[in-house]
Design a protein around this ligand. Structure first.
Ligand SMILES: Nc1ncnc2c1ncn2[C@@H]1O[C@H](COP(=O)(O)OP(=O)(O)OP(=O)(O)O)[C@@H](O)[C@H]1O
Ligand SMILES: [Mg+2]
Length: 1011
């Protein structure tokens, strides 16, 4: 083979220069690429048939043709394999359309090669390794990116180009694809597609496809229309539409075109991403459109069509020669042979100018050229020349380009630039919801926010969500978006790119000082950041004490970050952590940031203290969800590192996590956290305390036997008290007894409860801290409530007040439980106003702390206070929130209270049927609980009244009897005695007396606030 075997020998200079210039910056990067394998069919048979010499010549010509096609689309041949080769598109330098380029080049090879070939193409991730001076690239494929491409090539029929599904998805519309037989790759069956021709689509915006509803560009459209009017009036205009990839330049042009077409003719040309080296490319397209030349017209016909058009425009036919020559349509233009290139160029420019001006003769003309950032030099020179014609002709030259390109003519009086802004939120959401079929506004809003007003990103993010595309490589940015951004980043200089990557590790927003410390390049970082600002990758935030830069797009940051290899990421995170560590006087101010960097560094253990501190900070601020995230991450890290060194801290973190989860009524999660803690901690008092908390969580989940089992285990671990008791022992023992009393309360085991109170009292009185006293007094209050069946005596109220006073002195913060308990006690002591005040205070505090359990309790008993006052409207309003909060806190007993009170509201409103149904529903809910609930009267009184009204004395008596059974709350006098007498009368067979007594009982119930 006569082509040089090292890539440097056959790669065109412009590509190799580009690669070598950024070599340092792309080595070790993750890249999305398309891989092309090409091989000659039956080459040994061909060799035998042709003989060695002839065969050699054929192969040589094949490689020349094939390499030319690869290089035309800026691919690099990476490896020769016998009579074939492998080429990469999108690496080492990213291309946003690598798949399209690969297929274009395959189609080109298949059309031009004189031997039969097979080609296979697949797209996916590779890691670029070192790039040698000879341009040889080492790379590692992720998964089966290359294996599959090679396999498709082997499976292709002679002459065929097969692409994988993944590649097909990236080039849909650009090519015609046909299904072929499935192919086995190891254990997997894949379904490749065969490329059968070019498709109708020529740009990303495919007017033939279904488009999102056009939105949010009224101002721009109006401005374009205004400028068109000026041009139509005879003063030509040049308008540049500038905007990031995907911001909607092409779409705006499309919509404008629809508006403009009745007023003007439109000629369109476009530049292509691989077209910078193809002279006159967009201009030729203009001419083709003007002359009606089709893509597959043979050269002669093209020549003829140009000539005919020139005649029709009444121009000099000699102009056609220049055009034919420029566009490579070699007719017999002997006339030009003698001219020097400069003269030919001048002639061509003149011809183009005259044709365009003539086209504007019959009607005003819009000349549209898209994607000027990819324009070739010759076309750019022509345009610079041409626009000087415009002021006097009715032509509007409308061009689009991305930032980074600035047209040479900017600043003239008849030129203007329209910079597209990101779409507003409402427009963004409209685009997203038009794609998501399920209408979840919250989800749409999240995507809309992430898409940052860029419609292309919005569409792709919404599609990825809709189609539930889980990216196999764990990158969160859809592949299509990633390609666009990666290609943009790869156009930076090596230093700019390195700066951007360092910045990407620091976050969307970062301080210059910190970045300087992390930066390991040998040029000035600040200068690079300024350049990146100029190129609109970054913004600078003003008004902050330290100089701060911000990524204009969070997605750009993500893509820059995703391109870094793990090792490099870890290194940079480690440097960032270390820099923060010694730059900050008060490091814990920055603990979230430190936690973030260290946990992504090579030494994640260093993140543990900061994660813990960040969790504590969040917990203190009642940012419960954040606290959970930090704690869980710390727990995971310690588990990963599997080091006994952290056992105590691990136990403490588990304890904190459990506390937060319990507060949120997530009892199973809390149990899990405490179990982990117990398993890690060795110290018996600490273990016992964790078990006490574990018990409380089981209690919260109504699992009473499991709860008591934890108390028993805890006591075993603690062993007997020493005399005097050791402080740590005592505090854990008290915690265990407190937990146990909580369970006994629910089990309504007042005897055991009483014994325990007596057992604990001397310890508290002799050695107890304010917290322990408060806790004991609360337990006492609960005990008295139970013992007296919620008939609150003055003594009970006094204990509750004492508990509350002690609780206010608790460290580090008051015991809010005591405040609730006081409100609850006041309620049954009939001090309704004070009860309401205290419960409101409890509610406000619970909301501040995100304590869903206490919130639900407070809301519930505020509603009950309303009933006791007979305030139907207040109760009606409270029902919804009580049900919602009870469900949120997994407290079905309160949901039942709400339903029982709904029954009362219905009864008061004369809706007896509804009242009866709700009352029964409430009773069923309570009866389903693991322990018997105590406020059945809330449902039973309306039922008694209804039964009585319809003369169902037996039923009324039965309902009344149920209210009197323990553990039901004792009814207040005189209702209690009347009810008891009525039940006795019924049992004695005295029906009339029963009815009479019950009627009196119902009246009393009304007076007492039961009904
Ligand atoms: N105002 C809009 N309302 C709804 N959809 C839009 C809007 N603008 C753009 N889009 C959609 O967003 C996608 C990207 O738009 P478009 O192709 O016009 O971007 P562009 O700026 O031309 O990007 P590039 O620089 O890559 O050519 C298209 O699918 C388009 O239909
Ligand atoms: Mg476009």
């Amino acid at each position: 083979m006569s082509v040089a075997s090292a890539p440097a020998g056959y790669t065109p200079a412009h590509i190799s220069e580009q690669i070598l210039a950024v070599r340092g910056a792309v080595e070790g990067e993750r890249k999305q690429v398309s891989v092309l394998f090409c091989d000659i069919v039956a080459s040994s048979a061909l060799a035998a048939e042709l003989g060695p010499e002839e065969f050699h010549l054929v192969i040589d010509r094949f490689f020349r043709v094939a390499l030319a096609e690869v290089h035309r689309y800026e691919g690099t041949v990476n490896q020769f394999l016998g009579d074939g080769f492998m080429a990469l598109f999108g690496a080492p330098i990213a291309h946003e359309d690598h798949a399209r380029r690969a297929v274009l080049s395959a189609v080109g090879i298949a059309a031009r090669a004189e031997v039969k070939i097979r080609i296979g193409i697949n797209s996916g991730l590779v890691v670029v390794g070192t790039i040698g001076d000879d341009l040889r690239v080492d790379y590692t494929a992720f998964g089966d990116t290359t294996v599959l491409a090679a396999r498709l090539q082997a499976a292709a029929a002679p002459g065929a180009v097969l692409v994988s599904q993944r590649t097909a998805a990236l080039v849909r519309g650009y090519f015609e694809l046909a299904e072929v037989a499935p192919v086995q790759v190891k254990e997997r069956t894949v379904y490749p597609l065969r490329v059968t021709g070019l498709g109708a689509r020529t740009a990303r915006l495919d007017p033939g496809a279904e488009l999102s509803p056009f939105t949010g560009r009224d101002g721009e459209l109006a401005e374009l229309t205004r400028l068109l009017e000026v041009a139509v009036g005879g003063e030509g205009q040049v308008v540049g539409l500038a905007g990031d990839p995907g911001l909607g330049k092409s779409r705006l042009v499309l919509e404008f075109r629809r508006l403009a077409e009745p007023r003007a003719a439109v000629l369109e040309g476009r530049c292509v991403s691989y077209g910078a080296g193809i002279a006159y490319l967009p201009l030729f397209e203009l001419v083709r459109n003007a002359c009606g030349i089709a893509a597959d017209d043979p050269a002669d016909l093209v020549g003829t069509k140009i000539e005919l058009r020139i005649k029709a425009l009444e121009l000099d036919v000699s102009l056609a020669h220049y055009l034919r020559h420029a566009f490579g349509v070699m007719a017999s233009d002997a006339g030009l042979a003698g001219l020097d290139p400069q003269a030919i160029r001048a002639g061509t420019f003149e011809a183009l100018r005259r044709v365009l001006v003539a086209e504007a003769g019959p009607r005003p003309l819009v000349v549209l050229i898209e994607d000027l950032h990819w324009i070739d030099q010759t076309s750019e020179d022509f345009l610079a020349d041409f626009i000087d014609e415009l002021p006097l002709v009715p032509i509007m030259l409308l061009v689009t380009y991305r930032p980074g390109y600035s047209p040479p003519w900017i600043g003239k009086s008849f030129t203007s630039q329209l910079a597209l802004r990101p779409l507003p939120a409402a427009a963004s959401e409209l685009i997203v919801t038009s794609i998501l079929d399920r209408g979840d506004p919250a989800e749409a809003a999240v995507i809309a926010e992430r898409g940052e007003g860029n419609p292309f990103f919005l569409e792709e993010l919404a599609r990825a969500t809709r189609d539930n595309v889980a990216d196999t490589e764990g990158d969160s940015v859809p592949e299509t978006v990633q390609q666009v951004l990666a290609a943009r980043i790869d156009r930076l200089t090596a230093d700019q790119k390195a700066a951007l990557q360092v910045a990407s590790v620091l976050g969307r927003e970062f301080a210059l000082d910190l970045a300087e410390e992390v930066w390991d390049g040998d040029v000035s970082l600040e200068a690079r950041l300024q350049e990146l600002k100029g190129l609109e990758f970054l913004r600078e935030r003003h008004g902050t004490a330290e100089r701060t830069f911000v990524f204009r797009h969070a997605l750009t940051r993500e893509v820059a970050y995703d391109s870094l290899l793990q090792t490099r990421r870890r290194e940079l995170h480690g440097r960032a952590g270390a820099a923060l560590d010694h730059s900050q006087a008060n490091r814990f101010e920055q603990c979230e940031l430190l936690a973030y960097h260290y946990s992504h560094s090579a030494d994640p253990a260093r993140a543990i203290p900061y994660l813990t501190a960040a969790g504590d900070r969040a917990k203190d601020r009642y940012a419960n969800e954040e606290a959970i995230t930090f704690y869980r991450r710390a727990i995971e890290l310690i588990e990963e590192l599997d080091s006994g060194r952290w056992a105590e801290l691990y136990g403490a973190i588990c304890e904190s996590l459990g506390t937060v989860l319990r507060q949120l009524s997530q009892f199973d999660g809390a149990v899990d956290a405490y179990r982990k803690g117990v398993n890690a901690v060795g110290d018996p008092p600490h273990r016992a305390r964790l078990r006490a908390l574990w018990c409380e969580s089981e209690e919260g989940a109504h699992r009473y036997p499991e709860a008591l089992a934890q108390c028993d285990l805890a006591e075993q671990e603690l062993g007997p008290a020493s005399d005097p008791p050791e402080l740590l022992w005592l505090s854990s023992w008290l915690a265990v007894q407190h937990a146990r009393m909580g369970v006994l309360y629910w089990l309504n085991d007042t005897q055991t409860y009483a014994r325990l109170v007596d057992q604990v009292r001397p310890y508290v009185e002799a050695h107890g801290s304010a917290n322990q006293r408060a806790s004991f007094l609360i337990d006492m209050t609960s005990f008295l409530l139970r013992r007296d069946r919620y008939h609150v005596t003055d003594e009970t109220l006094e204990v509750a007040r004492a508990a509350n006073a002690a609780a206010q002195e608790a460290e580090p913060s008051p015991f809010w439980w005591a405040v609730f308990e006081l409100g609850f006690v006041l309620l049954w002591h009939e001090d309704l106003d004070e009860a309401t005040t205290v419960l409101r205070e409890t509610l406000a505090e619970a909301e501040r702390r995100g304590d869903v359990t206490t919130r639900s309790r407070a809301l519930t008993y505020l509603m009950v206070a309303g009933r006791k006052r007979g305030d139907v409207e207040a109760v009606r309003k409270a029902i919804g929130p009580v049900i919602e909060s009870a469900r949120h806190a997994s407290l079905p007993e309160y949901e039942a209270i709400a339903i029982a009170n709904r029954a009362w509201v219905a009864w008061r409103s004369g809706e007896e049927e509804k009242a009866a149904a709700d009352a029964q529903a409430a009773l069923r809910l309570w009866e389903g609980l693991p322990v018997r609930y105590i406020f059945d009267w809330m449902a039973l009184w309306p039922l008694v009244a209804i039964a009585l009204a319809s003369q169902h004395i037996e039923q009324a008596a039965e309902y009344t009897r149920k209210m009197l059974l323990p553990p039901q709350q004792l009814l207040r006098q005189p209702a209690r005695t009347l009810a008891e007498d009525a039940v006795h009368a019924w049992e004695a067979g005295q029906s009339t007396e029963t009815g009479e007594l019950l009627r009196r009982a119902v009246r009393a119930a009304g007076d007492l606030g039961y009904l």
